[in-house]
Write a protein that binds this ligand. Structure first.
Ligand code: ADP
Ligand code: MG
Length: 457
């Protein structure tokens, strides 16, 4: 894309982002690009057919408006599939596509053992050995181990949920890898739900729908990632539901991850939603300080690098978002230290790294936090810090307490003074309430993440 076009497109995207729910935006507009705009005919590139169809069906009007607001005449909007020209910031592991019979035959002539023929979609870098067990994940890990011993028995389906970057993909891929080691005859297949969809649609286009079905029905362990991306009750969801039922009846192991509980996925068929948690729902939580230290030590050991305990503790204390960010900051620190010819701790103390993204920027004051939270919830600071028990005001107040505690490490009596509540027990109650809600409430999680960015932005 030319710089000018890229600029316009960025403005268009920013506008779209304002007008639709955030999660829809990130689901459908990631990878979308402006291909051309001439004489009122605009062409937009989508990374796959799947997104293309959604963009066309659901967002054409929104796009037209945003385009014309940015000076691009858009009488007609066309869509084409096109790989993004931008490097991806976070390269995602791309699972191998499920193979059609003729392709499999080609492969089968080369490799002899049955399991090795079957493309698993797994990335071998994810193992149970390098998944650090901590207070945030120990229950899920023990279920995982149980499944590896006895796939398809006790915990079926296994539903694993939790916020982004907390280890869902790692853990379920590790289960898949461990099963292929321990039970080499079992056919394991890993796929993000979006890939399941695009493969399904492709198979229909090539009139190979039956083959697609047949191949899925032969799977012994089906791992489906990012289930929250499921699309409204359409043919693909029905297809998945059928496959799910058949495999489940045959006691085949099904593993599903999602960033929230099925009941909070609006696009899901209710019967499917309830079945997904028949085997229970297990969550991954935010790691505590000790968990973060353990993860960093393990990463350092794996890479064979020396890093001081204090440097590890610095990162563990300051990165508050998730494990993916923790890893990112860790890599960044090692790179900077290497570049400067210093040890990691020296690089920190010399001021070469700041984990502002993770919340290190402690320059925020209690006032600023209160102002930002109030404004975010469209209240004045005075309204928010009143005695009002109106639900949304009380909620905003509790979010403010939560952020003052987590971000500024303020004591509960001090927070009580700042937000004008009776005493520190009210504050403790408020923080606990938000902590609890965060586990289940996806919207709240987004709000807090946005607020963190606003506070440090
Ligand atoms: P999610 O799928 O929940 O968004 P990922 O599984 O992609 O998260 O995890 C993000 C990163 O954090 C990955 O690089 C993963 O290896 C790492 N990670 C997460 N949890 C752990 C853990 N307990 N031990 C080691 N690494 C972890
Ligand atoms: Mg993931």
């Amino acid at each position: 894309m030319s710089a000018v076009r890229e600029n316009v497109w960025e403005n268009v995207l920013a506008e779209v982002e304002q007008s639709i729910p955030r999660e829809q935006f990130s689901t459908w507009f990631t990878g979308a690009e402006l291909v051309s705009a001439e004489n009122g005919a605009v062409t937009i590139g989508a990374p796959n057919v799947f997104k293309l169809n959604q963009l066309r069906a659901r967002y054409t009007e929104v796009l037209k408006t945003a385009l014309s607001n940015n000076g691009v005449e858009a009488r007609e909007v066309k869509y084409v599939v096109q790989a993004s020209t931008k490097p991806r910031i976070q390269p995602r592991e791309k699972p191998a596509p499920i193979l059609m019979a003729d392709e499999v035959e080609k492969q089968e002539s080369k490799i002899s053992s049955l399991a090795a023929n079957f493309q698993t979609g797994l990335n071998q870098k994810y193992t149970l050995d390098n998944f650090v067990i901590g207070s945030n994940n120990d229950l899920a890990v023990s279920v995982a181990r149980n499944i590896v011993e006895d796939p398809g028995k006790k915990f079926n389906p296994f539903f694993l949920y939790g916020g982004p970057g907390l280890g869902k993909t790692h853990l379920v891929q590790a289960i898949g890898n461990a099963i292929t080691q321990k039970h080499p005859k079992l056919r394991v297949y890993y796929t993000p739900i979006s890939t399941f969809y695009s493969d399904f649609i492709k198979s229909l286009q090539h009139k190979k729908g039956d083959e697609f079905r047949q191949r899925f029905r032969k799977i012994d362990v089906l791992i489906v990632d990012d289930f929250q991306m499921i699309i409204k009750k359409d043919a693909s969801q029905r297809e998945f539901f059928d496959i799910f039922n058949i495999l489940h009846q045959l006691d085949k192991q099904i593993i599903v991850t999602s960033d929230r509980l099925p009941s909070q996925i609006q696009t899901i068929d209710e019967r499917l939603a309830s079945r997904l948690t028949w085997g229970g729902a297990y969550d991954l939580q935010l790691p505590q300080f000790e968990d973060k230290c353990a993860i960093l030590r393990s990463k350092a050991e794996f890479k064979g690098v020396e890093i001081e305990d204090q440097a590890i503790e610095y990162l563990a204390e300051n990165v508050k978002t998730n494990i993916r960010d923790l890893e990112g900051e860790f890599e960044h620190l090692l790179a900077v230290a290497d570049l400067k010819g210093m040890t990691p701790l020296q690089a920190i103390t010399e001021g070469y790294v700041s984990t502002a993204r993770g919340g290190q920027n402690k320059t925020a004051t209690p006032r600023q936090v209160i102002d930002k939270v109030a404004r975010y919830y469209q209240l004045t600071p005075k309204e928010m810090c009143s005695k009002s028990r109106v639900a949304h005001i009380k909620n905003a107040r509790q979010v403010a307490m939560y952020l003052l505690s987590k971000e500024l490490n303020m004591s509960t009596p001090k927070i009580a003074l700042e937000v004008g509540v009776k005493d520190h027990t009210t504050v403790m109650h408020g923080i606990k309430k938000i902590d609890g809600d965060l586990k289940l409430n996806f919207g709240l999680r987004d709000q807090i993440a946005e607020l963190r960015e606003k506070i440090y932005g």
